[in-house]
Design a protein around this ligand. Structure first.
Ligand SMILES: Cc1cc2nc3c(=O)[nH]c(=O)nc-3n(C[C@H](O)[C@H](O)[C@H](O)COP(=O)(O)OP(=O)(O)OC[C@H]3O[C@@H](n4cnc5c(N)ncnc54)[C@H](O)[C@@H]3O)c2cc1C
Length: 462
C-alpha cells in the first residue's frame, strides 16, 4: 500500500507514525512545502523570544524517519490532486501515484483586509521563516503592535517584550481571548498582562497600518493612533483548502470529513487544521493528533472507533500566568449553570459551567492544580451535582470528586497535546523503563508527542 501525505506538521507526521507502527513495510511519503524538518509550531513564540534554538524545536532526528521507513521530501509541495488517476502533481512537475492520500496541509494565518498591511514591518507568525524574519526586524525596532489578543497574539506579544520591544496588543473584541474567556476572566488576565509590561487596547478595530512603505503605527477606529514600526497580525486561521477545492473535494471552511476522516473523494482523507468535522475547524494540537490517528487507521482499513470530536482545551504559555480554558466556557441557550470564584488581586479566576449536573466547560486562571482533575471530570461526564454548591469555594479540591484509589504511581497529562505519561508503560523510545514514576524522569525528558517539558504536565488522579 502506498500512502502519500501532504503536509509535514503534527497531523501529517503523527498519521505517518501510526501507519509505520501498525503496518511495517508500508510505503509512506510525506511532501512538505517548508524546508525544515517537522518542528513544534507551538514553540515558535519561545523560538522568537530566543529561549529555544531552531534545532531545539525540531522534533525527530533524521534517523527516526529512516527507522520508521518514512520518506520526507522537504521543500517539495503538492500543487494539484488528480483523484480519478489517484495521482498528485508536485511543484517540480513530477506525478506521483498513491493508494491512499492524506491531506494534512494545515492552515495559514488569516489576514483581514487592512489598508497598509503589505508594507515592510508587517508580519504574521506561523512558520520558522516567519519567526526568523520577525527576529531580524525586531533587532532594529523599538515599538511593536500585535493585532489580535488571542492565545497566539498574547504569546507573541510576550516574546517581543523579551526581545526588548515595547508592545501594544490591539483586540477587536471588547476583551482578550474572546474564545477562551468570559468578561470577568478576561479582565483579570488583562491586568496580569499589563503588569508584565504589555499595553492592551480592547474593543479596537484597526482601520489602517500607517507608514510610507514601512510600517509606523496603526490607526484605530475613532482616530486613536498606536505607534509601532513592527506590526504582527494574529487574527485567526484560514485552513489551506485550495488544493482540495481545485480537485472538487468538498470543503467549506475546511475540508469536510466524516467520523473516519474521509473526504468526499474516494481514498482521500484529511486531518488537522485543514479538516472540518461537524462544522468545526479545531485549530489545536490535540484535535490534530486524534484526527491523524483515526485517519491513519481508516486509511489502513483497520478497525477504529469513530471520531466524535475533541473537547477544546488550550493553555496560555506566558511565564507567570497559568490559564487553561476547556470545553464550553461561554454557553449559549438554556440549562447551564455557571459557578465562579474570583480574587482579582491574586490574579485568580475560576469558572465552572455545568449542564445536567456535569461539568461541560471551565476557565482556570491561577489554578493549575485543578486543570487535570477537571479535564477528567469533563471527559468522564461525572455527575457532580451533589457537590455543586462547593465548586465555587476558593480551595475546593476537584480531586475529591473521584473515588479514593489505592496509592500508586500517578499518571501525568501533557497540557499542550493531551499525551498521558503512564508509569506502567514508561517511555520506551526515550529508554524510560516500565514502572518509572513521572517524578523520576530526567529533567531533560520531553513529551514524546509534542516536545513539551516536564513542567507542562499535570498529575492525573487515578
Ligand atoms: C505560534 C503558534 C502557537 C501555537 N500554539 C498552540 C498551542 O499551544 N496549543 C495548541 O493546541 N495549538 C497551538 N497552535 C496551533 C497548532 O500549531 C496547530 O493546530 C497545528 O500545527 C496543526 O497541525 P497540522 O499538521 O494540521 O498543520 P500545520 O502544523 O500547519 O502543518 C501543515 C504543513 O503542511 C504544509 N503544506 C501546506 N500545503 C502544502 C502542500 N500543498 N504541499 C506540501 N506541504 C504543504 C505546510 O507548509 C505545513 O508545514 C499554535 C500555532 C501557532 C502558529
Amino acid at each position: 500500500m502506498k500512502y502519500l501525505i501532504v503536509g509535514n506538521g503534527v497531523a501529517g507526521v503523527n498519521a505517518a507514525k501510526t501507519i509505520a507502527e501498525s503496518e511495517p513495510g508500508a510505503q509512506i511519503a510525506i511532501y512538505a512545502a517548508e524546508h525544515y524538518p517537522y518542528y513544534n509550531r507551538w514553540q515558535l513564540p519561545a523560538f522568537l523570544a530566543g529561549e529555544l534554538s531552531q534545532e531545539e524545536i525540531y522534533f525527530y532526528p533524521e534517523q527516526w524517519y529512516i527507522d520508521h521507513g518514512i520518506t520526507v521530501k522537504l521543500g517539495l509541495a503538492v500543487k494539484a490532486i488528480v483523484p480519478m488517476a489517484r495521482q498528485v502533481i508536485l511543484t517540480d512537475g513530477a506525478e506521483v501515484r498513491y493508494d491512499r492520500l492524506l491531506l494534512a496541509a494545515g492552515s495559514s494565518p488569516a489576514v483581514p483586509p487592512i489598508e497598509g498591511a503589505n508594507q515592510a514591518g508587517v508580519f504574521i507568525l506561523r512558520t520558522i521563516d516567519h519567526a526568523l524574519a520577525i527576529k531580524e526586524y525586531a533587532a532594529r525596532a523599538r515599538n511593536a503592535i500585535v493585532i489580535g489578543g488571542g492565545l497566539l497574539g498574547l504569546e507573541a506579544a510576550r516574546s517581543l517584550r523579551v526581545l526588548g520591544l515595547s508592545v501594544t496588543v490591539v483586540e477587536l473584541f471588547p476583551r482578550l481571548l474572546p474564545r477562551q474567556l468570559d468578561i470577568q476572566g478576561a479582565g483579570t488576565l488583562q491586568e496580569l498582562i499589563e503588569r508584565a509590561g504589555v499595553k492592551v487596547i480592547t474593543g479596537a478595530a484597526t482601520e489602517q497600518i500607517q507608514g510610507d512603505g514601512k510600517a509606523a503605527g496603526v490607526r484605530l477606529k475613532g482616530g486613536t493612533v498606536a505607534q509601532g514600526e513592527l506590526v504582527l497580525i494574529s487574527a485567526g486561521i484560514r485552513p489551506n483548502t485550495q488544493l482540495a477545492k481545485e480537485a472538487n473535494i468538498q470543503a467549506k471552511r475546511g475540508i469536510l470529513v466524516n467520523e473516519r476522516m474521509q473526504s468526499s473523494a474516494p481514498d482521500i482523507y484529511a486531518a488537522g487544521d485543514v479538516a472540518e468535522f461537524n462544522g468545526q475547524v479545531y485549530g489545536i494540537i490535540p484535535a490534530a493528533i486524534e484526527q491523524a490517528r483515526v485517519a491513519a487507521l481508516s486509511m489502513m482499513g483497520a478497525d477504529v472507533a469513530p471520531y466524535t470530536g475533541t473537547i477544546p482545551s488550550t493553555t496560555l504559555k506566558v511565564v507567570g500566568i497559568d490559564l487553561t480554558s476547556m470545553g464550553e466556557v461561554n454557553p449559549e441557550g438554556e440549562g447551564f449553570t455557571e459557578l465562579r470564584f474570583a480574587d482579582r488581586a491574586q490574579g485568580m479566576y475560576r469558572k465552572i459551567v455545568l449542564r445536567n449536573g456535569r461539568i461541560v466547560g471551565a476557565i482556570l486562571l491561577g489554578d493549575k492544580k485543578n486543570v487535570s482533575p477537571i479535564a477528567r471530570l469533563i471527559k468522564a461526564q461525572t455527575d457532580v451535582s451533589t457537590q455543586a454548591s462547593r465548586l465555587s469555594e476558593r480551595d475546593f479540591d476537584f480531586r475529591t470528586l473521584f473515588a479514593p484509589a489505592a496509592p500508586q504511581a500517578s499518571r501525568y497529562e501533557c497540557t499542550v497535546c493531551g499525551y498521558i505519561y503512564d508509569p506502567a508503560k514508561g517511555d520506551p523510545e526515550a529508554n524510560v523503563p516500565a514502572g518509572a514514576p513521572f517524578e523520576s524522569l530526567p529533567e531533560g525528558w520531553v513529551c514524546p508527542q509534542c516536545g513539551a517539558s516536564k513542567a507542562m504536565f499535570t498529575r492525573l488522579e487515578d
